[in-house]
Unconditional design. Structure first.
Length: 191
């Protein structure tokens, strides 16, 4: 079987969807461990990814299994980024479960390995996920971010997301408090 990912992909990140990831048995087999490494490292460095302490390998595997199941059902999209066959980023959205919210999805996670930040990986992942949402017929893509995550909020704004609400001091990390910022991208109207 031919790999979906070139071995010399060192200059630019290669972004794959769930099918592309599954088509490379070596990458697919290592995916959960690689994703855990990235998420645990980022959270350990204080990243705003929803955990206070680094997640366990089992927690990450459970989330990824849920996302994979939702992808198969047409209710999610998963994107991964590789540099030289090393996972450097991942992101996914999930369709809302409530019947009245089914046309919409939430961009749940976009995480980029510390060693690959500033290389356009987050932008490439997010842009691919937005396109996946359009193709899936998603009308509104939402997300929330911690208020001090200025780089992510700047990226989302540059891709067309607008802030629609904010809960002051809502996120508690020990004694520190951060705003929870809600953003949306209306995909019903193309410019």
């Amino acid at each position: 079987m031919t790999s979906a990912l070139p071995h010399d992909a060192t200059a630019q990140p290669v972004v794959l969807d769930a099918l592309g990831l599954a088509s490379d048995p070596d990458l697919h087999e290592r995916f959960a461990d690689s994703a855990h490494r990235i998420l645990a490292d980022l959270v350990g460095r204080g990243a705003a990814l929803g955990w206070v302490e680094p997640p366990s390998r089992d927690e990450v595997a459970e989330i990824l299994e849920h996302v994979a199941s939702a992808v198969r059902a047409g209710d999610a999209a998963l994107r991964v980024a590789y540099l030289d066959r090393r996972l450097v980023g991942l992101g996914y959205w999930l369709r809302y479960a409530r019947p009245t919210h089914r046309p919409h999805a939430d961009l749940e996670k976009v995480a980029v390995d510390a060693s690959a930040q500033g290389l356009g990986v987050g932008r490439a992942l997010t842009a691919a996920l937005i396109e996946d949402a359009r193709e899936a017929g998603i009308e509104v893509l939402t997300l929330d971010a911690r208020g001090d995550n200025t780089h992510a909020l700047r990226l989302y704004r540059s891709l067309g997301f607008t802030e629609y609400g904010r809960l002051p001091d809502f996120v508690a990390v020990g004694e520190r408090r951060y705003d929870k910022v809600f953003c949306m991208l209306d995909l019903r109207h193309r410019d």
